[in-house]
Design a protein around this ligand. Structure first.
Ligand SMILES: [Zn+2]
Length: 289
C-alpha cells in the first residue's frame, strides 16, 4: 500500500496563543516523519509533500501529489478564535465530500481522542466549497482519485492540548497509534526483517529468518559485506563480542576488534606472535595455526 502524508503547513506557521514556543508547522513536521517511519514498519510505501519544513507548496498540488496512493492524510492542530480557549479540544477529521475517506477518518479521529484524552469527542466533517471540496488539499486528492482527509490533533488554542503536543514522547505515541489504526483498517501486518547482520548503538547481532538470534554461544556465519565466513561469539544479550573473551568452553579467544569485514572473527598468532585473522581448515574442522 502507498500513502501520502502532508505536513499541513510550512516554515513557522500558526503560533499558539497559549505557548509562544508552539507552532503548528513544527508539530506537524515532526509528527508526519514519525508516522512515516511507523507506517514503513508495516511495509507501507510513504511519500510526503515537502522535501523540508521550509518549502511552501500549493494546497491543491499537495493533494494531487497523492496520485496512485490509497490514502492522503494532512496533519494539523486546530484553532478557534484568536486567543486562548480551554473549553474546546475536539479532534476533527475533515473528509472528502465523496465520503471515500469516512471510515478511516472516523477511526483516526477516535484514535486522537483516545491518545490525547480530549474532553470532547472526535468527529468527522465534510465541507463543500464552490468547486467541490472546500479544502484545497482534499480537492487535489479527490482529483487524482485518492481518499483524502485533514486530521486536526485537537486545538493549539487549548493550553492543555498545546502542552501535550509539545512533548515529543507524546507525538511518538500518537504516531504509533495512528500507524496501528491505519494498519488494522487496511489489513497490514508488520514485516519480518530479513535474516542477516544488524547494528545498533550497542553493537552487532545476527538475526535468523525466524526472528531468533544467537546469544551466549558461538555461531558459524557469513560476514555481511566481504562474504567471508567464520565463527562469531555472542554475549548473553546477543551482541557480537570482540577482543579477548572467555568463551562458554572456558577458554580465552582473541576476536578481531578492527571495524570492517573481519570484525569479530577469530585471531591467531604467527610464529613471531603477531595477530592475524585465523584461516579455517574445512577438512580438519579447525583453524589453521
Ligand atoms: Zn492547520
Amino acid at each position: 500500500m502507498k500513502i501520502c502524508l502532508d505536513a499541513g503547513h510550512y516554515g513557522k506557521y500558526n503560533q499558539s496563543p497559549c505557548n509562544g514556543a508552539y507552532y503548528e508547522s513544527d508539530m506537524v513536521w515532526k509528527l508526519h516523519l514519525m508516522l512515516k517511519k511507523r507506517l514503513e514498519e508495516y511495509g507501507v510505501t510513504v511519500i510526503t509533500t515537502r522535501p523540508n519544513q521550509e518549502t511552501n507548496r500549493e494546497l491543491y498540488d499537495r493533494g494531487a501529489a497523492s496520485a496512485g496512493c490509497g490514502l492522503f492524510l494532512s496533519l494539523h492542530s486546530n484553532a478557534v478564535g484568536s486567543g486562548r480557549n480551554d473549553s474546546i479540544d475536539y479532534p476533527a477529521a475533515y473528509c472528502a465530500i465523496n465520503h471515500s475517506a469516512d471510515d478511516i477518518a472516523t477511526k483516526l479521529a477516535a484514535c486522537v481522542e483516545a491518545v490525547m484524552q480530549t474532553k470532547q469527542e472526535g468527529r468527522i466533517e465534510h465541507i463543500k466549497g464552490k468547486n467541490g471540496d472546500y479544502y484545497g488539499v482534499v480537492r487535489g486528492a479527490t482529483a487524482v482519485g485518492t481518499p483524502g482527509l485533514i486530521l486536526e490533533h485537537s486545538f493549539h488554542t487549548n493550553a492543555r492540548s498545546t502542552a501535550w503536543l509539545m512533548d515529543d514522547g507524546n507525538l511518538e505515541r500518537m504516531a504509533q497509534a495512528e500507524a496501528d489504526v491505519i494498519a488494522l483498517h487496511y489489513g497490514l501486518t508488520k514485516q519480518q526483517r530479513p535474516a542477516g547482520w544488524y547494528e545498533d548503538d550497542k553493537g552487532w547481532w545476527y538475526q535468523h529468518e525466524d526472528g531468533t538470534y544467537p546469544k551466549g554461544c558461538w555461531e558459524w556465519l557469513r560476514e555481511a559485506t566481504g562474504g567471508t565466513e567464520g565463527w562469531y561469539l555472542f554475549d548473553d544479550a546477543g551482541y557480537m563480542l570482540t577482543g579477548a573473551q572467555i568463551a562458554p568452553d572456558g577458554r580465552m579467544y582473541y576476536l578481531c576488534e578492527t571495524p570492517g569485514i573481519h570484525e569479530g572473527q577469530c585471531m591467531v598468532t604467527n610464529d613471531q606472535g603477531a595477530l592475524r585473522i585465523a584461516e579455517y581448515d574445512f577438512d580438519r574442522r579447525r583453524y589453521k595455526l
